[in-house]
Design a protein around this ligand. Structure first.
Ligand SMILES: [Zn+2]
Length: 295
C-alpha cells in the first residue's frame, strides 16, 4: 500500500470526495485547509492520477477562476461572480483554439504528466501541492484565464447595459398613450427610414429639431433619432422590414422588437422588400428613399 498527502488551497473537500467515490482510501477531511491523506495499492496509481487530473480541470479550475474573478472584478456580486465563473469554465473547456499555445487536451496531458512526476514509483513520502503544480507547470494557462475572465465580464456588462437601455426605452414608451398609427420601419445596412402604410416617408421635424438641439453640432445618430420618433408617435403597430445583411448584435430591428414587443411585427417577404433587394445597387446609390412606394 502506498500513501500520499495531497494539499490544495482550493476545493480540498471536493478532492477528498472524488477520491473516496473512486474507491480510494482517504482519511476523514473536515476542514478546508487540511491536507488529504490517501492510501492505494501500486496497481491503482493510474486510477489515482486520473481522479486527481479530473479534479484539477473541474473543481480546482472552478475555484481558481472564482478566486481570480474576485480579485480582478471585486465589484461583481456573489451571484454575478458565480455566473461569470461558470461561463469562463465552460468557455475554456469548449475552446478549440490553443490557450497559451497549447490545446486543452495538451494542457490536460501536461498536468497529468506533472502529477505523475510527483507519484514516482517506489517513492515513500509523497507530498503534492496541487496549487504549486499548477502555478509552476501551467503558468501560461493560468495567465490566459485572466484574459478569458475579462472577456466574459466585458460581454456580461455590455449585455446588462443593453438590458438597462431597453428597459429605459420601454419605460418612456409606457408613458405615451398608444396611437392608432401604423408605421413601416425599413432597415438597410446604409440607412433607416419610416413610412406610413401608403409608403409616404415620415419625417418628424419636431423630433429632428429636438435631437439636433440636444446633440448640438454632433451628428445625429439615425438609430437614436428613429427610436425617438417611434416612441413619441407611439404607434399601435410597427412593421419591421429588415434588409440588413450582417447587422451587429443587437441590431436596431431587434431593439425595436424588444421595446415595442407585441406592437411590432416583421414583414414576411413583402413585395417592397423584394423590390428593394432587387434594386439593391440603386438603393445604395444616392436615390431618395421617399421615391420608394409601398404596394
Ligand atoms: Zn418588407
Amino acid at each position: 500500500v502506498r500513501i500520499a498527502e495531497l494539499e490544495t488551497e482550493l476545493a480540498n473537500i471536493s478532492l477528498a470526495k472524488r477520491l473516496t467515490e473512486a474507491g480510494l482510501l482517504v482519511d476523514p477531511v473536515d476542514h478546508a485547509a487540511q491536507p488529504i491523506v490517501v492510501r492505494w495499492s501500486a496497481e491503482h496509481t493510474n486510477h489515482l492520477l486520473n481522479v486527481v487530473n479530473e479534479f484539477i480541470f473541474s473543481e480546482w479550475l472552478y475555484g481558481y477562476i472564482e478566486y481570480r474573478a474576485r480579485i480582478l472584478h471585486p465589484y461583481l456580486s456573489e451571484d454575478e461572480r458565480e455566473y461569470i465563473t461558470l461561463l469562463t469554465l465552460h468557455g475554456l473547456r469548449r475552446m478549440t483554439e490553443p490557450i497559451a499555445s497549447k490545446r486543452v487536451s495538451e494542457w490536460i496531458e501536461v498536468i497529468r504528466q506533472a502529477v505523475a512526476d510527483v507519484f514516482v514509483e517506489g517513492e515513500t513520502a509523497i507530498h503534492m501541492k496541487v496549487d504549486g503544480v499548477m502555478r509552476f507547470r501551467a503558468r501560461d494557462y493560468l495567465a490566459a484565464i485572466d484574459d478569458a475572465i475579462r472577456e466574459i465580464v466585458e460581454q456580461f456588462l455590455s449585455d446588462r447595459e443593453y438590458e438597462e437601455f431597453v428597459s429605459m426605452l420601454r419605460y418612456m414608451l409606457d408613458a405615451q398613450p398608444a396611437s392608432a398609427e401604423e408605421i413601416h420601419l425599413y432597415c438597410t445596412d446604409e440607412r433607416i427610414w419610416m413610412t406610413d402604410p401608403n409608403g409616404t416617408l415620415i419625417q418628424d421635424r419636431e423630433v429632428s429639431a429636438a435631437a439636433f438641439q440636444v446633440t448640438e453640432d454632433e451628428e445625429v445618430n439615425a438609430e437614436d433619432l428613429t427610436m425617438s420618433v417611434l416612441i413619441t408617435r407611439s404607434p399601435c403597430n410597427i412593421v419591421i422590414h429588415d434588409l440588413t445583411t450582417a447587422p451587429p448584435w443587437p441590431s436596431f430591428a431587434e431593439t425595436v422588437e424588444r421595446v415595442f414587443l407585441e406592437r411590432s411585427t416583421r414583414c414576411e417577404n413583402c413585395s417592397t422588400c423584394a423590390q428593394l433587394r432587387s434594386n439593391d445597387q440603386h438603393i445604395q446609390g444616392t436615390s431618395s428613399p421617399s421615391a420608394i412606394s409601398d404596394n
